[in-house]
Design a binder for this molecule. Structure first.
Ligand SMILES: [Zn+2]
Length: 540
């Protein structure tokens, strides 16, 4: 059955390139010399028709969340085996959205070296790059040749761009790329002091020379330079562009370039060295061995730990953050890169599975206490670190039957609980309790869409069907629907996870405790594996 199909995820259109690839120019096989990056072209304009004013910076902007930066320039991709790093400079621009959708459809990471004044003019694209988990680097405020500038002017170019990125995304850049690949010892020192690694490249596609053309001559030239220069290297860093003047040939060449490296055994990385940017939904569950498991569409992967009940998961900057109450009754948090950490000083607030959401740059976590009241806390998350709450939880009262769910509904963080008699109640941190008029036999589940304008509430009804209701800022809550049970077994009263963005529902079945998944229009399928409690879902 198809339901509210208008919100089905759009399938990214991959632009194919046909026709023979042009012969490789003899000169293209030699290594490019730094300095061959072209001009960035005219800057993007603000809505008022002017170039953005630089932010006032009165002190060096140090990227404190980044690893210590080495002194010197790097031009080869990190990682073992054969790795390739695709990099896109001078944006954001009109080609950025096409590049993002192609990268998303191939599920690969990449790095964007944005120009400060272009970020200020196109903040929505910067937000999209960040929310999709791409790495952003500093490419100066307005693209000067750094070697022509004084030390203080070079510093200001770096700091203005870092300040702009930080104000737009909350994340400071860990990488710096000097325009034209030109730098001197001053540039190297200033970048290192700011904890930014200085990156040039090892493959120059010369895509900027297409000068806005989308002709097959330019598309094929970009492809052949990427393949001929990159294919002979173990760790190529490929230079491409998404400038305000537009790089349509780059967008058209990209799928062929990606398939070339993929088919020649390369792993795609960003300049952090991350091999995967989360592009699939992530399901998390606690198995009967009490360990945390994750499933990103390719089977369950054990993450360890010993949990009392179902975990929670949310995605921050492309990385899944898992939360669970351990056998020591403390809340623990984990990412693949950073491992486990206790979420705060020893608490005994959580007698239930946690509910989490990440909204407006803050992480919100709620659980039901041993006193059956709702307890919740929130904190900012510094990139590269695990969140830690030292101030404790707040008591929001109520009389809660099981685990709460948390989601941003119309930009308001909202808690969903099952109250007395299985009636679902909501409250926000600033308002009181309200009955939602639902009766559920499972704990409630709720999720907000990535756009922040929609949410979905769901639970297993007393008729054993999975019931859900979407919310949008324009329509409010509208139209309850239900999906039948996944098997003749019916449901347990376990937790159920919902993702509003792709309308995916995962539930735990009754006697087998298996996880079942479906999206509207598909049948229930088993993800296999027995669980304790329910399954949590998050999307990138
Ligand atoms: Zn540039």
């Amino acid at each position: 059955m198809f339901l509210y199909r208008s919100r089905l995820v759009a399938v990214a259109i991959v632009l194919g390139v046909t026709g023979a690839v042009a012969a490789v120019p003899a000169s293209a096989a030699s290594q490019p010399t730094p300095g061959s990056e072209g001009p960035a072209g005219p800057p993007a304009l603000m809505p008022n028709g002017r170039v953005a004013l630089a932010p006032q910076v009165t002190a060096p902007v140090i990227s404190t969340g980044c690893p210590a930066a080495p002194y010197g320039a790097r031009s080869y991709a990190p990682g073992s085996g054969k790795t390739v790093a695709l990099t896109f400079d001078d944006g954001p621009g009109p080609s950025t959205a096409g590049i993002l959708s192609t990268l998303a459809s191939y599920r690969i990471p990449a790095t964007f070296f944005n120009i400060g004044q272009n970020m200020a003019a196109r903040p929505g694209l910067v937000a999209q790059e960040t929310s999709m988990g791409f790495m952003l680097g500093n490419h100066t405020w307005d693209h000067p040749d750094m070697t022509t500038l004084s030390a203080s002017a070079q510093a200001s170019e770096m700091d203005r761009a870092s300040a702009e990125q930080k104000s737009l995304t909350g994340i400071a850049p860990c990488a710096f790329r000097p325009p034209y690949g030109n730098y001197n010892s001053t540039t190297l020192s200033l970048a290192q002091q700011r904890r930014m690694s200085l990156w040039t490249w090892s493959v120059d596609t010369e895509d900027w020379k297409a000068n806005g053309s989308s002709s097959s001559y330019w598309v094929n030239r970009i492809i052949s330079l990427a393949e001929s220069e990159g294919g002979v290297l173990q760790h190529p860093v490929v230079l491409m562009h998404n400038a305000p003047s537009g790089d349509p040939a780059t967008v058209l060449a990209l799928p062929t370039i990606i398939r070339y490296f993929r088919d020649h055994g390369y792993t795609f990385v960003d300049l952090y060295g991350r091999t995967s940017r989360l592009t699939a939904d992530v399901a998390a569950a606690t198995s009967t061995d009490r360990a945390l498991y994750t499933n990103e569409g390719q089977g369950w992967r054990k993450l360890g730990g010993t949990l009392l009940s179902a975990p929670a998961v949310t995605v921050i900057n492309g990385e899944p953050y898992y939360f669970g109450v351990s056998t020591d009754h403390n809340v623990w948090v984990r990412t693949d890169r950073l491992g486990w950490r206790k979420f705060g000083p020893s608490y005994t607030n959580c007698a239930s599975s946690p509910g989490v959401t990440f909204s407006g740059g803050r992480l919100y976590l709620a659980c039901t206490g041993p006193d059956r009241r709702l307890w919740a806390t929130s904190t900012t998350v510094t990139p590269g670190t695990l969140p830690y709450v030292s101030t404790g939880f707040s008591n929001f009262g109520g009389s809660v039957g099981s685990s709460p769910a948390v989601a941003a509904v119309g930009s308001k963080v909202t808690f969903f609980v099952d109250g007395p008699g299985g009636i679902v109640y909501t409250r926000t941190p600033s308002t009181g309790w309200a009955a939602r008029g639902w009766r559920c036999m499972s704990p409630p589940a709720a999720a907000a869409s990535a756009s922040g304008t929609g949410a979905t509430f769901a639970c297993i009804g007393t008729d054993h069907n999975l019931w859900y209701e979407p919310y949008t800022t324009s329509r409010g809550w509208y139209g309850t629907s239900h999906l039948g049970p996944p098997s003749a077994e019916g449901f347990s009263a376990g937790v159920l996870g919902v993702d509003a963005n792709v309308e995916r529902f995962d539930v735990t079945g009754a006697s087998s405790s298996r996880v079942y998944t479906r999206t509207p229009g598909t049948a229930w399928t088993s993800l296999s594996g027995a669980t304790i409690g329910g399954v949590a879902l998050a999307s990138p």
